[in-house]
Design a binder for this molecule. Structure first.
Ligand code: 3HC
Ligand code: NAI
Length: 693
C-alpha cells in the first residue's frame, strides 16, 4: 500500500496531522491538498479540541516545492492552506524538527504556536533562489521579531537555530530532543486548559513599532549592505515587502508581497538561481558509476607540501575532525606552513567564530614531519608540491612504495597530466586528482579529476571525501586546466591583449564587476602575484605588459604596485606606469587604440569562456553543462544570478555568442572560432546548460 501523504489521528480529543512526503516534505500540490483535507476534517469534528501539525522523516516542511515554481499555481495554493490553518477556532501547534524553511516556516507562522526540538533550524532562505518569502513571511516575521531582525533573516537567508528562534519569540517552546510529539501535546494541553483567546501572528502590531518609529531603518539597511546585494534583485524586493508590512494593513501587505514575489518569480535571476540549486545537487550524480562502487572508509589523511595549498587542504580535514600528517622537504618550510595554519585559525578565533579550545583540538590533530615514511598509515594522501611534472612523478614513485596498499594517492595539480603521474605508480587505479581552489579552506569547489585508470570505487570515495569536508565536488576528465581554470584561461589572455587595443585594466575590471564577478581579472592577477603566473625573469624581454610590469618589480599587491597602485590600506588606484607601458606597447605594435563599449568588452572577455565550455562538453571532460556552471560559480565566483556561464549563454542566445566569436576570430585568429558543438546547439536551438541532463 502506498504511504499516505497526510494522516489524521485522534487521541483524547487531540488531532495529530502528520505529513509524510520524502525526502524533505516540500509543500507540493498533493501535500497542500492533504493539509487542507486533514485540517478541514479536524475542524469539522467537535470532539477535537486542538491540533498538532508535524512531519514524518528527517524534517518539517523544507518549503514550497521548488520544482513547481514558475509552472503556475495548482489549487489549493499555499495561501489557501494557510487560510484554513489560520482560520482554525481550535489551537494549532506546529511541532518542528529538522529544518522549517521557506513556505514551511510560513505555514508554521499561521499556526497559533510553534514548538521545536533544540536541533531544529528555522529560516526563510528564498533569497538564495532569487525569491522572497511569498506566503506571508515578509508580513508575519516582522510582526514577531521586528523589522530589523526580519530583514537580516530574510535578506541573508541564513537559518536560525531553534534556540536563537526561541530567544526571538519565533518558537514558543523548546522540547526534549527525542520527545517532540509528547512535548507538543503537553504544550497544547496547557493552552487548552488556560482557555485564552488564540493568538494569531497576523494580528500582532507591537514589534512593527520599531519600523514605524524609525522609517530610516530601511535606507540604512540598504546602504550598509549595498556591496553584498550588488547585482541581486531579491534583497531589494524583500526590503520593500518589509516596508509594506510596517506601512500597510496586513491584507494589503500580503498583496504587496505577492506582487513583489511574482516580479521575482518571473525574473531570469530567479530562474538562474533555482537552476543552480538543482545543478549543485546534481553534480554528485555520476552517470556511469556502478551502484556497487561503495566509498572506502577514509580516516587518516596525508598531505605532501605545506605551502599555500597544502596548508589550506589540511585545514579542511582538521575542521572535519580527521587527523592529518603533513610532510615538507625542509624544517623551515614546515614551520612556515604550520605557522600559517595556526595564524588562520587564530584569526577566526579573534573574529569570535571559533573557540580557543576548538582551535587547539584541531591543531592537535595535525602531525608535521619531514619524513615521508610517516604517510604509511594514511588512507588518502594528497600531494600539493610545486607544479613541476618531474617533481610530482618522483614524489608519486616514492609514495607508492610507502603508502599502504589500499591507500588512495591524489594530486592537487592545476594543469599537469594526471595520467602521466599515475603511470609512475603500480596502482594507477588508485590515483585521482583532487583539485582545490585557493584559499583551499574557504573555496567551496573541489574538482575531482578522474584519470584514465581511476577505479569507480576510488572516484566514489573522492566524492564522499568532498561531502565530508563540505565541498561541492565536480568531476572532470584529464585535460589542461580541467574545467574551471581551462574555461577562464581565455578570459585572462584576451583581457591582456585588449588593453593594447583600447580599454584600460580598470575599465575592463569594472565591466566584470558590473557583470557580477567579485573582482576583475587584473585585480585578481595583482592579488595572486604577477611574478608567479607564468613570468620567467630569465626569458623576460619587455614584450608584454606583464613582462614590463614584472621587470619593473610591479608584482602586484604584495609590492604595492601591479596593474594598479595600492595605498597602505591596499586600496587600488589606476597606475600611470601601467598606462604608459600600454601606450608604449601599442605604439610599438602599430595598434591604434580606440574606445570600447561595455558590451564589446563583455563579449571579448566572456564569449571565449563559453566557447571553451562547449569544447569541454564536446570532449567529455564534464558530464553535464550544469556541472560546468557549478564549477565556475564556486571556483571563480561567477555570479550565481546569471546561472553560470552556460546558463547565461543560453539566456542571451547562442546565435549571438556564435556571431560574437566570429568577430573575435576576425581580429584574433582561429583560437576564437566557434566550437562545432556551440554552432550545432545554436543551429538546433538546443541549450548548453541542459547538455547531458
Ligand atoms: N523543493 C523541491 N525539492 C527539494 C526542496 C524543495 N523545497 N528542498 C530539497 N529538495 C530536494 C533536493 O533537490 C534533493 O533532491 P535529490 O535527492 O533528488 O537531489 C533532496 O530534496 C534532498 O535535498 P538535499 O540534498 O539538499 O538534502 P539536505 O539534507 O542536504 O538538505 C534542506 C535539506 C536543508 C532542506 C535543503 O534541501 C534545502 O535547503 N532545501 C531548500 C529549502 C528552501 O529553499 N526552501 C524555500 C523554498 S521556496 C518557498 O518556500 C517559497 C515560498 O516562500 C512561497
Ligand atoms: P607553494 O609553493 O605555496 O607550496 C608548495 C610546497 O611544496 C612548498 O612549501 C614546498 O616546500 C613543498 N615541497 C616542494 N617539494 C617538496 C617535497 N619533495 N616534499 C615535500 N614538500 C615539498 O605552492 P602552492 O601554490 O601551494 O601549489 C601547490 C600545488 O597546488 C601546485 O601543483 C599548484 O599547481 C596547485 N594549485 C595551486 C593553486 C594556487 O592558487 N596556488 C590552486 C590550485 C592548485
Amino acid at each position: 500500500m502506498a504511504t499516505q501523504i497526510a494522516t489524521l489521528s485522534v487521541a483524547d480529543g487531540i488531532a495529530t496531522i502528520i505529513i509524510n512526503a520524502p525526502p524533505v516534505n516540500a509543500l507540493s500540490a498533493p501535500v497542500r491538498l492533504g493539509l487542507v483535507e486533514t485540517f478541514t476534517a479536524a475542524l469539522a469534528d467537535d470532539g477535537i479540541k486542538g491540533i498538532i501539525l508535524a512531519c514524518a522523516g528527517k524534517t518539517f516542511f523544507a518549503g514550497a516545492d521548488i520544482t513547481e515554481l514558475g509552472k503556475g499555481f495548482q489549487q489549493p495554493d499555499l495561501h489557501a492552506v494557510q487560510a484554513v490553518i489560520e482560520g482554525s477556532n481550535k489551537p494549532v501547534v506546529a511541532a518542528i524538527h529538522g529544518t522549517a524553511l521557506g513556505g514551511g516556516l510560513e505555514v508554521a507562522l499561521t499556526c497559533n504556536y510553534r514548538v521545536a526540538v533544540p536541533s531544529a533550524k528555522v529560516g526563510l532562505p528564498e533569497v538564495a533562489l532569487g525569491l522572497l518569502p511569498g506566503a506571508g513571511g515578509t508580513q508575519r516575521l516582522p510582526r514577531v521579531v521586528g523589522p530589523a531582525a526580519a530583514l537580516d533573516i530574510m535578506v541573508f537567508g541564513k537559518p536560525l537555530s531553534a534556540r536563537k528562534a526561541f530567544e526571538l519569540g519565533l518558537i514558543d517552546a523548546l522540547v526534549d530532543e527525542g520527545g517532540l510529539h509528547a512535548g507538543a501535546l503537553a504544550y497544547l494541553r496547557q493552552v487548552i486548559a488556560a482557555g485564552k483567546p488564540l493568538p494569531r501572528v497576523r494580528d500582532r502590531e507591537d514589534a512593527l513599532k520599531e519600523g514605524r518609529n524609525d522609517p530610516g531603518l530601511f535606507d540604512r539597511f540598504r546602504a550598509a549592505n549595498a556591496r553584498a546585494f550588488r547585482g541581486f534583485k531579491a534583497p531589494e524586493n524583500i526590503i520593500r515587502a518589509v516596508e509594506a508590512a510596517v506601512t500597510l494593513p496586513f491584507e494589503q501587505g500580503i498583496k504587496r508581497e505577492w506582487e513583489l514575489f511574482l516580479e521575482l518569480l518571473g525574473s531570469t535571476q530567479s530562474a538562474a538561481q533555482r537552476y543552480a540549486f538543482f545543478a549543485e545537487r546534481g553534480v554528485g550524480k555520476i552517470p556511469d558509476l556502478p551502484t556497487d562502487a561503495k566509498p572506502l572508509p577514509i580516516s587518516r589523511i596525508g598531505v605532501i607540501g605545506a605551502g599555500t595549498m597544502g596548508g589550506g587542504i589540511a585545514m579542511n580535514f582538521l575542521n572535519s575532525g580527521l587527523p592529518v600528517t603533513i610532510v615538507e622537504r625542509a624544517q623551515e618550510s614546515l614551520d612556515r606552513g604550520i605557522d600559517t595554519i595556526r595564524r588562520n585559525y587564530a584569526n577566526t578565533v579573534a573574529k569570535g567564530r571559533l573557540s580557543e579550545t576548538e582551535m587547539e583540538r584541531r591543531m592537535a590533530l595535525l602531525t608535521p614531519t619531514l619524513d615521508m615514511q610517516a604517510l604509511a598509515g594514511c588512507d588518502l594522501v594528497i600531494e600539493a608540491v610545486f607544479e613541476n611534472i618531474d617533481l610530482k612523478k618522483q614524489i608519486f614513485a616514492t609514495l607508492d612504495g610507502i603508502a599502504a596498499p589500499h591507500a588512495i594517492l591524489a594530486s592537487n595539480t592545476s594543469f599537469l597530466d594526471l595520467d602521466a603521474i599515475a603511470a609512475v605508480t603500480a596502482r594507477p587505479q588508485q590515483v585521482i586528482g583532487l583539485h582545490f581552489f585557493s584559499p583551499a579552506n574557504v573555496m567551496r569547489l573541489l574538482e575531482v579529476v578522474r584519470g584514465r585508470m581511476t577505479s569507480p570505487q576510488v572516484l566514489a570515495t573522492a566524492l564522499q571525501v568532498g561531502r565530508v569536508i563540505g565541498k561541492v565536488t565536480v568531476v572532470s576528465g584529464v585535460c589542461d586546466g580541467f574545467i574551471a581554470n581551462r574555461m577562464m584561461a581565455p578570459r585572462t589572455a584576451i583581457a591582456s591583449d585588449l588593453t593594447l587595443r583600447g580599454p584600460l585594466p580598470w575599465e575592463i575590471d569594472r565591466v566584470m564587476t558590473d557583470y557580477g564577478f567579485p573582482m576583475g581579472p587584473f585585480a585578481m592577477m595583482d592579488l595572486v602575484g604577477l611574478d608567479v603566473i607564468g613570468w620567467n625573469a630569465e626569458t623576460s624581454r619587455s614584450a608584454t605588459l606583464q613582462e614590463l610590469l614584472c621587470e619593473a618589480g610591479h608584482w602586484g599587491q604584495k609590492r604595492g604596485r601591479g596593474y594598479y597602485d595600492y595605498d597602505d590600506k591596499r586600496r587600488a588606484q589606476p597606475s600611470a606606469f601601467t598606462m604608459e607601458a600600454i601606450e608604449h606597447l601599442a605604439t610599438k605594435a602599430g595598434i591604434e587604440r580606440r574606445p570600447y563599449s561595455d558590451d564589446e568588452i563583455l563579449e571579448h572577455l566572456l564569449y571565449p569562456v563559453i566557447n571553451e565550455g562547449a569544447r569541454i562538453l564536446r570532449e567529455g571532460i564534464a558530464f553535464r553543462g550544469s556541472d560546468v556552471d557549478i564549477a565556475l560559480i564556486y571556483g571563480y565566483g561567477w555570479p550565481v544570478f546569471t546561472g553560470g556561464p552556460l546558463f547565461w549563454a543560453d539566456t542571451i542566445g547562442l546565435d549571438r555568442i556564435v556571431a560574437g566569436l566570429e568577430k573575435l576570430r576576425a581580429s584574433y585568429g582561429d583560437t576564437y572560432a566557434p566550437d562545432s558543438l556551440l554552432r550545432d546547439f545554436a543551429a538546433k536551438g538546443l541549450k548548453l546548460h541542459k547538455f547531458g541532463a
